[in-house]
Ligand binder design. Sequence first.
Ligand SMILES: C[S@@+](CC[C@H](N)C(=O)[O-])C[C@H]1O[C@@H](n2cnc3c(N)ncnc32)[C@H](O)[C@@H]1O
Length: 455
Amino acid sequence: MKKKAPVVKNQEFDATVIDLTYEGNGVVKVDDFPIFVANAVPGEEIRVGITKVAGTYAFGRVIKTLKESADRNKDVDVATLTTGIAPLAHLNYDAQLRFKQNQIQELFKKQHVDVEVSETLGMENPTGYRNKAQIPTRELRGELTTGFFRRGSHNLMPIEDFYIQDPEIDKAIVVIRDILRKYHIPAYNEFEHTGVIRNIMVRRGYYSHEMMVVLVTRSKKVPGAEMIVADIREALPEVKSIIQNVNQEKTNVILGEKNNTLWGKDVITDTLFGKKFVIGPNSFYQVNPQTTETLYQLAADKAGLTGDEEVIDAYSGIGTISLTIADRVKSVLGVEVVPGAVDDAKRNADINGVNNAKFELGKAEEKMVEWHEAGMRPDVIFVDPPRKGLTPELIDAATGMEPEKFVYISCNPATLARDTVQILENGYHIQGPVQPIDQFPQTTHIESVTVFVKD
Ligand SMILES: C[S@@+](CC[C@H](N)C(=O)[O-])C[C@H]1O[C@@H](n2cnc3c(N)ncnc32)[C@H](O)[C@@H]1O
């Protein structure tokens, strides 16, 4: 029989925070029954108020902190902590880095994989790093408002300082918001599926300072588009590209597939390792330009490239890994599922005069099987999948091609640890420690590089 919850809604009591969840919530327990509390740091003593009781757990809030932890970050305001933009910001940066190393260790342990995990490589200045913002807009008090959703909700909280974004992007969001207000452009209403502007996306090249503005709209047309474009150009001279992206679906996915360039170029450029990259609106580009070079350098070094290798770069995006390693290998073949990103990758190879890199459009899990069946024998395979990780078919095909090295760049240690079990079963072992790199400070996201070598 299900045990009755030992707490009820609105109950208050004092407790010690004993742990932190993957989502960054503190954990307190009553008779072994877990209660998840936002903005609570392990070691702290708090007065908890129960906000919701579910079957086997409950949620609570901090009513009062009775004893503060030395790991608490005091340099962050309440608004940032209330939104979901920086769910680890209540921890000081050292504690965040330890949390990430520890998460990876725990997830491997759960899979019974014995592996060493190095200390997380962190940033010197771990705020204001994001080169891309995707800001939701909603009508609040009769006007289009920008901000971020409160944690675990779709209630927009108006904020102007997004804490982890490039401050120039924060300023641009406010400017664009005010221009849209000036022309009375209605924001999206997700309940009624009405309104015009769903999101404002801004991307800014870290080195180039080129800015792209994408207005994501529910409607096919943007009323007053010409005036809006003129005002944005005048107010934000860094803007090189203004695009309308149409998303008419009832979905949480931000971008639709259709883009309409309202003014300027259809891409912006940025630089990595001295190479130039064009980046289109739908293309993935690492959001932390300051740590991306470290990440790629590490992956390339760990692969021990000598110049003779035939390489596969699965999940190749706009070709950043392929093109930054191209002069250290014989050839590289990328595969990527987003057509615009493959176009960008091909353009990037041309721009940089790289002629030993090729890119194919397709699902990595299908292409790898095709290439395996065609008898391809790469020396090194890099994989850099989205959070859902690899498929069993991809792992079988990749290991079946018997590369000497298999370099796994992961943004989700849970799927990394899961996939590792199969890679090890298929005749590979882990070389050296897993290296976490903090691509996403203040958030619970964890990036790492793991190298597998053929037994
Ligand atoms: C984490 S990003 C890595 C991109 C690139 N390696 C980089 O560092 O910029 C993952 C990429 O995989 C692509 N992708 C997602 N699912 C895919 C699939 N099934 N097959 C191929 N590519 C896929 C995404 O569009 C995205 O560009």
